[in-house]
Design a protein around this ligand. Sequence first.
Ligand code: PMP
Length: 358
Amino acid sequence: MSKYWSKLAARLEPYVPGEQPKDKKYIKLNTNENPYPPSTNVLEAIKAAADERLKLYPDPNGDELKSILADYFGLKKEQIFLGNGSDEVLAFSFMAFFDAQHPILFPDITYSFYPVYANLFKIDYELIPLKDDFTLPVDQFFKSNGGIIFPNPNAPTGDCVTLEAIEEVLLHNKEHVVIIDEAYIDFGGESAQKLIDQYPNLLVVQTLSKSRSLAGLRVGFALGHKDLIEGLNRIKNSINSYTLDRLALAGAIEAVKDDEYFQSTRNKVIQTREKVTLELRKLGFKVITSKANFVFISHPLIQAADLFMSLKKESILVRYFQQPRIDNYLRVSIGSDAEMDSFLHVIHKIISSGFPHQ
Ligand code: PMP
């Protein structure tokens, strides 16, 4: 606390990102990064762009990347918004579409940035409790609201709803914007972008951070009706015209173009996830069926907080949330086969050591 802070800075409760430790080498399964490197085309394009042109500002509209994404999704360029990671796109969306007076809806167990944005922008919200099995109670979103946001697949559970369920939500909500945060959609879900032309209040947000191995480049985007995109541009151009730098634009273009590499790496992650799910269930874990690049797990005999610490001692980092309803769960990102073999090996060791020892 400092006397120099604005009232706004003083009242915030910022989001806490997963650890990026530097003390030793960990198997990092805590921030849902992709274990595979970006496409070599991406790396080459970034290197080629690192020249004297960096003295010039980048294209504030990211026209070339928008064209590539428009082709990829079968949309028009005017239906695409680009941002510095999907976190920025989400923050701008809260500002562009939600108002203080009318509470928005999102699940009680979900991406923990949503309440942070809501508090920052003074937007009221109502939490919709997930069912006991952590699935989304779709019909609870049929009530009056000032907007809706949820991830699909949800985070940190990995549970995914069908396109039909999303359409049900849209059919019951025509007055306000419905945001589907598809950070993890490429790992097995069906994107709601197919519904964009039918529902002018649908905004689909995606990222290159997960399925395209580019968490470090910070590129996210939104797809929606051109009027929604214009709303987002109004916010962006009132804060920072150049949210994507030259290197990010150059790399992102190649990432979207290299579909073959994207398909092969996301399929590898999916295969590994299925294998790990099976192995963990054999070890007695409850594993929520996941369509994301992580699994959400709980063991009947070992407290999640203890398991988190035991894994950390063995240089394996996973994510633990000390929050109601999920404080006995761990979220484990899907790494390479070798990383997950090490993880399973250590888990096996911990379990067979007769845990919990007091
Ligand atoms: N949405 C969800 C549900 C996430 O888990 C994340 C990753 N923390 C993001 C959005 C943001 O990802 P990025 O800013 O890297 O695009």
